[in-house]
Design a binder for this molecule. Structure first.
Ligand code: NAP
Length: 263
């Protein structure tokens, strides 16, 4: 199936490694032109050259911090300058600090609201005007399975990310009539640096080796393994395509069957 993504200007945030990089890889394989964004310039440079070498695609990067509104606006300006108007926004973030409610300070909450909610608002405001002018656009928000099933030591994620479901529904209603769809992805356990860090955190809490924690986490996943970042990318690429033009305002789980509740 040709997804028709060739030449589409695509912004993928938090994309120098992990899920964001996996999504960028798939979009490049589909012929989209991809702008990467993260804080560490060396990692970004390495990711961009690896992805360009591997896919032969058009990939560039801007260094900056999602929690800084000026950085986010500079990212949008730079992308327009280098690649033209943005067709597809794929919003992914850095992971919030893990912790129980009692572990978290007011500063942790302030930072996490910028990271997990306000950055989505800034980016959407920055890109949606051009999409409206062209009568076509895709807004895709990569969140977490914590929207469906809270995880005890991820209180920031459990609480703040829920707003993204409200944002997606609101955008779907407001911009659907103008050719723009808005959807969210709720991924389960995907094997990345973040997963390893969470397993290390849990292993310290429980006083057991990291390998035991990883094995225990995978045992609850019906397909019996972690996902990989490209598997999230395949879903996102489909949502970004014209083939998915009737999917609007949906929050889609990709978790190997881990969440047991009904929709
Ligand atoms: N992996 C999973 O199983 C899983 C499951 C559910 C939800 N999630 C969520 O999915 C997202 C991605 O997870 P991941 O596993 O891919 O994480 P990861 O491997 O740690 O990658 C995080 C990416 O985000 C960038 N980043 C972090 N903070 C940033 C900031 N303030 N501004 C801009 N870029 C930033 C990082 O680069 P720099 O550090 O250089 O900025 C890196 O490119 C996270 O929000 C995570 O909580 C992950």
């Amino acid at each position: 199936m040709d997804l028709g993504l060739r030449g589409k200007v695509t912004l993928v945030t938090a994309s120098s490694r992990g899920i964001g990089k996996g999504i960028a890889r798939v979009m490049l394989q589909e012929g989209a032109r991809v702008m990467l964004f993260a804080r560490n310039a060396d990692e970004l440079k390495a990711a961009a050259s690896e992805l360009s070498r591997e896919t032969g695609g058009d990939v560039a990067y801007v260094q900056g911090d999602l929690t800084n509104r000026d950085d986010v606006m500079r990212l949008i300006d730079e992308t327009r300058k280098v690649m033209g108007s943005i067709d597809i926004l794929i919003y992914n973030t850095g992971p919030p600090k893990p912790g129980l409610f009692s572990d978290l300070t007011f500063e942790d909450w302030d930072y996490a609201v910028k990271l997990l909610l306000l950055s989505a608002v800034w980016l959407t405001k920055g890109v949606v005007g051009d999409m409206v002018k062209r009568g076509w656009g895709r807004l895709i928000y990569v969140t977490s399975l914590t929207l469906r099933q809270p995880i005890s030591n991820l209180v920031l994620s459990n609480t703040i990310r829920l707003s993204l479901a409200g944002l997606v529904k609101s955008l779907a209603g407001e911009y659907g009539p103008r050719g723009i769809t808005a959807n969210g992805v709720m991924q389960g356990f995907i094997m990345t640096d973040r997963t390893r860090a969470l397993a290390e955190d849990e292993s310290r809490r429980r006083g057991v080796p990291v390998e035991t924690v990883l094995r225990d986490m995978a045992r609850d996943i019906p397909v019996g393994r972690y996902g990989n970042p490209e598997e999230v990318g395949y879903l996102v690429a489909f949502l970004a395509s014209d083939k998915a033009s009737y999917i609007n305002g949906s929050m889609i789980l990709i978790d190997g069957g881990l969440v047991r509740c009904l929709p």
